[in-house]
Design a protein around this ligand. Structure first.
Ligand code: MN
Length: 254
């Protein structure tokens, strides 16, 4: 049985084709998997799980989209696929309620897991982009539980306005093009693998899908980078016992 990993779908009401492609991929591809890991930036923006209560009254249109995604994930979970969600820099407010309704487990970033026959370090990837000092400062603030609780206590219209302001003041947040996203710092990749005692890292975030060979403590190591999904095209990693990890570009619709 295979395990699948994806990231950076950036689901958004403004890009309905990606949601349709994803729901079809779940049904046709992921339903055969024993586990599915979604490594962050699943949604382009997430201001709190209580958005789900707005339903069709959500002015951003995210709530109805998220409801469809939740019921598709729940169907998969009920049919026996284990689901894991990691936060990205866009959807770090995705909460326990979303996970529970979707039948998924929220994973900390980083997480060490066994895929196929090997121990693998999973991350979203933004924590490795340490040369972006302004973002790293925002990251430590935005992952602080007290700060999150304050934000979540704000009325939804205020949170929507705050999200809009954050997008305006962050160059990276305005675009999903790889050239506008800072790449990882190579030394921090080596340090992360060393610290966890493993030689394989899988992450997304940078929108630079690739497999990089490197060396950690004199041992050969690898960094797999998942790509972002675009209409018609996605990226997945497949892990299965007795088989090497495979990064694959997938055609989702013609
Ligand atoms: Mn990201």
């Amino acid at each position: 049985m295979a395990t699948l990993l994806i990231s950076d779908l950036h689901l958004h009401p403004g890009a309905p084709a990606i949601t349709e492609d994803f729901l079809r991929w779940l049904d046709e591809r992921a339903s055969d998997a024993d586990a599915l890991y979604i490594l962050g930036d699943f949604f382009e923006a997430w201001i709190g799980d209580d958005l789900l209560d707005l339903g069709d009254a959500d002015p951003t249109g995210t709530a109805p989209l998220a409801r469809r995604v939740i019921s598709a994930l729940k169907a998969l979970a009920d049919a026996g696929t284990r689901l894991y969600l990691m936060h990205g820099n866009r959807d770090f407010l995705l909460g326990e309620r979303f996970a529970r309704e979707a039948g998924a487990t929220l994973l900390p970033d980083p997480s060490l897991v066994t895929l196929g026959d090997e121990r693998v370090l999973l991350m979203h990837g933004d924590s490795l982009c340490t040369r972006d000092e302004a973002y790293m400062a925002f990251r430590s603030q935005s992952r602080d539980p007290e700060w999150q609780a304050q934000i979540l206590a704000m009325p939804i219209p205020e949170r929507l306005e705050l999200a809009r302001q954050l997008r305006e003041h962050s160059g990276e947040a305005n675009t999903n093009k790889a050239e506008d996203i800072m790449d990882v710092t190579p030394e921090d990749v080596v340090q992360a693998l060393h610290a966890h005692g493993v030689t394989t890292l899988i992450h997304g975030h940078t929108h630079r899908p690739d497999v990089h060979d490197l060396e950690v403590d004199g041992q050969a190591a690898r960094r797999f980078v998942l790509g972002d999904w675009q209409p018609g095209v996605g990226w997945e990693i497949e892990a299965a016992p007795g088989q090497d990890l495979t990064l694959r570009r997938i055609t989702l619709s013609e």
